[in-house]
Design a protein around this ligand. Structure first.
Ligand code: C2E
Ligand code: CA
Ligand code: CA
Length: 750
């Protein structure tokens, strides 16, 4: 049990929790206030009584001893010092309190020590010397005055130790003061001669209240806490303490009634008995403290562990958002009470938004899980702000959900857009700005045709991902079928990897602008599904990445590509252009794509300088991938940055990356022909890349105006339907034999 709790305690993010629980254990201020107030008031009453010589007011019963004014003064001083800090906020007050306690201690020391050397000095120092002398003459000597002084002295020391943050010692002193008072009461109850002029009720009340106040003001690790432990040892200890106290009180009563048990005569003076009992009590008290202290600690840990466990069951430990289970509970409670009203998109009903960060994995791998966590915490904070009163949950990993018990579809869509917007603001990690996008799936009860909202939102979110992410999609019933198909495809991809012929590569020429020479061919994956026909590569690549199949798929495609290159090389030595191979970041993270490729080339006796590895910007987010690519460059491979301009825009990092070329994304070209500003950016990036000795390739060139612009900007090469579509190797062979691309629509060859 303890092992579990300490393990939890060690988790740094629970630190605040531990602190707040510890704080809750401090019951100090109220007790302090009451104790100090009672003590001070009693002391002042006594002093006032002496001052006006109005005995009955401060002497409860004439046969009881009176509180010495000196003692009363000390009670007042200690009481002022013990006032809670809240009441003496200013520095001046605090210093005055400390001064009061120090003064009280000095006075008490005099009070305790002077009688040993004769009472004259003491009396001379007392402002009420006459009254005291009268008391003394009347035989009402304050024999327990010394005991009272001791009690107060111990209290004063206890308070000083509390300042010095010695809680256990402080409590020991406070408890000793109480013990002394307890002994005095018992002695008095037993009417023992040596307790004759026993402690005055006013002293008892003042000192007692101060002692209790001090006990409660320093509850940490002290036996006051130990005494409240609810564990078995704690209960046993309390029984022990209770029994010994009852025994002592009973003995006192027996003594006072002088009831001799037959055969056990009472001692002539019961003082010895009282002292013995006091020692028994003190011993019991010590044992109680020791055994319950441990039990109490365990108790506290258990309580803490329980709270933390409860919290982790309902709250995500990292972000403090709700957990998946808790959200499910909320949803089922919400769906029981919600009934739609209104009409159309104005209809109010439950809605579930599923928010998944795009490419979060690369962030995690690039910066390490600690930074990834920090990013998640920040993302959670932003989502919570966007969601307002609606509950937000972290479903695990980088998946979040917002649940609206009653909302319109339009409102839910607005919320989805706001979430995407909030996450689009760059995150700062280790001084680097990082952009994230998110895919949002929205399921509204009105539109989900009875489907489970969570499942529906999940389906919609996957559609958003399939559409390229960074968007929100509202669930429609047919999406469920699509999702099912997706899962089926995942299974079929396993099969396709095993079978020959289903997966193949098409090749698209990369053409030099200057002379239309074929500089390279890009190998593009194709999947001919036995039942569904061709599946788009973006789609099955994403499925492979999501299901951990990318390394296997990548290796399979690399094999095909290398085999093809070897075949062309064997056919016409020296004719094979550069072969561009697309490599996904998963192939760096989960596998060692460079070594795999080197092995393949060795098998076919091909040189790495005939190959170009195409990666996207996200690959550069991971340090191991950068190292692998540096190695690839040393081995002679070329490295192209694909889809440049759409990802993290690593423009500033371009110089330090091991690249040989950049491929400007198709969207660049499309925009550049439509806006002058984009055309200027296009030109500037080309110039920058040239300054870094990089070959610039424009992708997706479809029209003559686009080509003209590219020529004007000084791009080195183009790839696009204008020249050639991706084609089967047999078709490409014709092109390769020619070696260049003519103006007569060559794409018919595809
Ligand atoms: P990508 O690497 O950017 O490949 C270029 C894509 O642009 C190809 O789409 C190509 O057919 C298309 N394209 C070429 N010229 C034009 C044009 O003029 N207009 C238009 N609209 N599109 C053009 P494809 O073959 O559908 O491949 C899509 C994506 O799938 C690729 O984009 C790549 O990211 C991924 N992919 C394909 N094969 C592989 C592979 O073997 N491994 C990996 N990891 N990814 C691959
Ligand atoms: Ca590519
Ligand atoms: Ca591309």
């Amino acid at each position: 049990m303890e092992r579990v709790s300490t393990r939890i305690l060690k988790l740094p993010r629970f630190g605040a929790e531990v602190l707040s629980i510890d704080r809750a254990f401090k019951s100090g201020p109220l007790f302090r206030l009451v104790g100090a107030a009672v003590g001070t008031l009693v002391g002042m009453l006594v002093l006032a009584g002496y001052a006006v010589h109005f005995e009955p007011a401060w002497r409860l019963r004439p046969d009881l001893p009176a509180t010495h004014p000196y003692t009363a003064l000390c009670i007042v001083l200690l009481g002022l010092g013990l006032l809670p800090r809240a009441l003496r906020s200013g520095m001046g007050w605090r210093r005055a309190a400390r001064g009061a306690i120090v003064l009280a201690i000095v006075l008490l020391l005099i009070r305790v020590t002077v009688p040993l050397s004769g009472a004259r000095l003491l009396d001379a120092m007392t402002p009420f010397a006459k009254t005291v002398a009268a008391e003394r003459a009347a035989g009402k000597t304050l024999t327990m005055g010394i005991a009272a002084s001791w009690a107060l002295l111990l209290l004063g020391f206890g308070e000083v130790l509390r300042w010095a943050r010695r809680p256990v010692l402080s409590q020991v002193f406070a408890a000793s003061a109480l013990g002394l008072l307890f002994m005095a009461v018992t002695g008095y109850l037993a009417s023992l001669r040596s307790f004759h002029g026993t402690i005055a009720p006013a002293t008892l009340l003042g000192t007692g209240s101060l002692a209790v106040a001090l006990l409660f003001a320093t509850p940490r690790h002290g036996f006051m806490r130990a005494l409240t432990a609810s564990s078995a040892p704690g209960r046993l200890a309390r029984v022990l303490l209770g029994c010994s106290t009852a025994f002592m009180l009973a003995m006192g009563w027996v003594m006072s009634r002088r009831i001799d048990a037959p055969g056990i005569p009472l001692p002539a003076d019961g003082a010895l008995l009282v002292y013995q009992t006091a020692i028994i009590l003190a011993l019991t008290w010590a044992i109680v403290t020791v055994i319950t202290m441990r039990a109490d600690q365990l108790d506290r840990y258990r309580g803490l562990a329980e709270r933390l466990l409860e919290r982790t069951a309902t709250r995500d430990a990292l972000t403090g958002l709700l957990t998946r289970n808790q959200l499910t509970r909320l949803r089922s409670a919400g769906s029981a009470g919600s009934a739609g009203n209104g009409g159309g998109s104005q209809r109010q009903a439950a809605a579930n938004l599923l928010i998944d960060l795009d490419r979060f994995r690369t962030v995690n791998e690039a910066f390490g899980p600690a930074e990834g966590d920090r990013l998640l915490v920040e993302a959670a904070r932003r989502l919570r702000r966007v969601a307002g009163d609606q509950p937000v949950a972290r479903l695990g990993g980088d998946e979040f959900a917002i649940y609206c018990a009653r909302t319109t579809l339009a409102e839910a869509e607005r919320l989805g857009a706001a979430a995407i917007q909030a996450l689009a603001t760059p995150f700062d990690i280790r001084g680097r700005r990082f952009r994230l996008t998110a895919s949002v799936g929205i399921a509204h009860a009105e539109r989900s045709a009875g489907a489970d909202l969570q499942q529906a939102a999940d389906d919609a979110m996957h559609v958003a991902k399939d559409l390229g992410g960074s968007r929100s999609v509202v669930f429609a019933p047919e999406m469920h079928e699509m999702r099912k198909l997706q899962i089926e495809l995942e299974q079929d991809l396993h099969e396709a990897l095993r079978r020959e012929g289903e997966l193949s590569l098409h090749y698209q020429p990369v053409v030099r602008v200057k002379d239309h020479q074929i500089l390279a061919v890009e190998a593009l994956a194709r999947w001919e599904h036995p039942r569904l026909g061709p599946i788009a590569p973006d789609r099955f690549i994403r499925i492979a990445e999501a299901s951990g199949l990318m390394v296997a798929l990548g290796n399979k495609l690399m094999q095909i590509a290398v085999r093809q290159a070897a075949a062309w090389e064997a056919d016409r030595p020296g004719s094979c252009p550069l072969m561009n191979i697309n490599v996904s970041s998963a192939q760096f993270v989960d596998g060692d794509v460079v070594s795999d490729l080197v092995d393949l080339l060795r098998q076919h006796s091909l040189s790495p300088d005939r190959f170009c590895i195409e990666i996207t910007e996200s690959v550069f987010a991971t340090e191991p991938a950068v190292r692998a690519l540096e190695r690839a460059r040393r081995l002679g491979f070329r490295v192209a940055m694909d889809d440049f301009g759409v990802g993290y825009s690593t423009l500033s990092q371009l110089p330090r990356l091991p690249l040989t070329s950049v491929k400007l994304d198709r969207s660049f070209i499309v925009n550049a022909t439509e806006s002058e500003g984009d055309a200027a950016i296009f030109g500037a990036i080309t110039q920058l890349a040239h300054a870094l000795d990089l070959v610039v390739i424009a992708e997706g060139v479809e029209t003559k105006p686009q080509l003209d612009l590219i020529v004007a900007c000084g791009c080195d090469a183009v790839q696009g339907y204008l020249f050639a579509r991706p084609m089967r190797p047999e078709a490409l062979k014709v092109w390769l034999e020619r070696g260049y691309v003519g103006d007569a629509s060559p794409s018919q060859l595809a």
